[in-house]
Design a protein around this ligand. Structure first.
Ligand SMILES: [Zn+2]
Length: 436
């Protein structure tokens, strides 16, 4: 899925959670990086072995379907599943301060655990193999992710109402300790408008200590930018850069309202932007200047944002919106073509969240991949598979989701150690208790 990506008919070997070979046809020639697909029919297969024995434990016949890297949902708030369709058709500030924050204050660790499991189910049905999750009580989300076999990168969520820099440092060290873990952590905080200068300076110092990027909601609404200008005389990007937060790069969630100086800072600091088109549309926040970012060589990834503002965790819908909105805003049907969108959803997403070994299908990479069903009416004929995925594809095409070499979702069935009914029942119970 990188620039040299290729779709072909072949086979992938997996051992101990990693891809051990990707080969075209039966030739045995390694093809390096690329997606794998059986475009001409036939039987591209995925094999799955434990240990080093010669016999495969499992061989999966892909039956001419597409195997590609899983989508990376690069900005979400998983436990907010309980707020789905609870507070809608409202302005962002009222929605956040009057509805979301008071309800979230009632959440327990056990609630976070069940609500994250519900989100994981939805991610799997959307072909998402990893998310960049910003929320409180991470140990409970961590338990849910580990038990379900789901890859989760945590983003620091501190603001003036919760969290400390000391806790952030502890989490940073604890979750990044084991490179083979499904969990990892990036330094981050909620937003400039919810975090004091003193706290932001502490976070900048922490990021400096570990030479780490900083990830944050930024310039989502016009109001946010105007209020920051009133407070600091600068835009949020310029102000946070002035405080030293982006000296080791970073990741901006939303990035909708930018001035010329902001683009220059983002480019200079090597910052990624994560666009969240459905959330921005629903809260009438605006449309991110994605084409301008890409034209400047700024990497853009894609996220759903939380299920309270979206309301679904569907990467197919986001991908279509990313390209469709740019075409209209730029008055240019050539803007942000399908292949760029696919790269954003898989490769750029992985890089924005620090998952450099989950970005492509190549030897030595993590086996985080999906199988898309091409034998469905919305995928036929196969003039152009990338365009079919972005312009015509949907969750119904996700046949299988594999994380770390383990099949966690296949043909509508979940292999996550818990029945869907139990997860739904608990989510209902929590929702009823908190929202009445
Ligand atoms: Zn968000």
């Amino acid at each position: 899925m990188e620039d040299g990506r290729k779709i072909f008919h072949g086979e992938i070997g997996i051992e101990d959670g990693k891809i051990i070979y990707v080969k075209e046809g039966q030739s045995g020639n390694s093809t390096g990086e690329g997606a794998l697909c059986g475009r001409e029919g036939g039987c591209p297969g995925m094999r799955n072995a434990q240990g080093t024995g010669a016999a495969w434990d499992e061989e999966i016949d892909a039956k001419g379907n597409l195997i590609m890297p899983g989508f990376k949902n690069a900005h979400t708030h998983s436990p907010m599943t309980f707020l789905r369709s609870y507070a809608d058709d409202m302005k962002l500030q009222e929605w956040l301060f009057d509805k979301v924050f008071p309800a979230e204050a009632k959440l327990t660790g056990d609630d976070i655990y069940w609500l994250t499991k519900l989100a994981v189910m939805e991610y799997l049905t959307s072909g998402t193999t990893a998310v960049f999750d910003m929320y409180k009580l991470k140990k409970d989300s961590a338990r849910a992710a580990e038990e379900t076999g789901f890859r989760m990168v945590f983003c620091g969520d501190m603001n003036d109402f919760g969290g400390t820099v000391e806790e952030m440092e502890q989490d940073y060290l604890a979750y990044n300790k084991d490179p083979d873990s499904l969990l990892s952590y990036q330094i981050g905080f909620h937003a400039e408008y919810t975090t004091s200068r003193e706290h932001m300076e502490q976070i900048a110092a922490l990021a400096g200590k570990y030479e780490a990027p900083v990830c944050v909601h930024c310039s989502e609404t016009k109001k946010e930018v105007e209020e920051c200008r009133e407070r600091s005389g600068m835009t949020p990007v310029a102000y946070m850069d002035f405080l030293g937060l982006f000296h080791n790069g970073g990741c901006l969630f939303h990035g909708v309202h930018m001035d010329d100086g902001d683009f220059d800072i983002i480019k200079k600091r090597g910052i990624s932007v994560v666009t969240n088109p459905a959330s921005n549309l629903k809260l009438a926040s605006g449309i991110a200047p994605v084409k301008r970012y890409l034209d400047m060589g700024i990497p853009v990834a894609i996220g759903t944002d939380g299920p309270a503002s979206n309301n679904c965790l569907d990467m197919f819908r986001e991908m279509f919106l990313v390209t469709g909105l740019q075409k209209v805003v730029c008055d240019d049907p050539e803007a942000v073509p399908a292949m760029d969108v696919l790269k954003m959803s898989a490769v750029n997403g992985a890089h924005a969240m620090g998952l450099t070994d989950c970005d492509t299908l190549a030897e030595g990479k993590r086996a985080d991949l999906i199988m898309l069903d091409l034998m469905q009416p919305n995928m036929q004929p196969l003039h152009n598979i990338e365009k079919n995925i972005v312009y015509s594809g949907s969750k119904q095409n996700v046949k299988m989701t594999v994380i770390n070499g383990k099949v966690v979702y296949r043909d509508g069935e979940f292999f996550i150690g818990e029945s869907p009914e139990t997860i739904y029942r608990n989510a209902d119970r929590i929702s009823e208790r908190i929202l009445g």
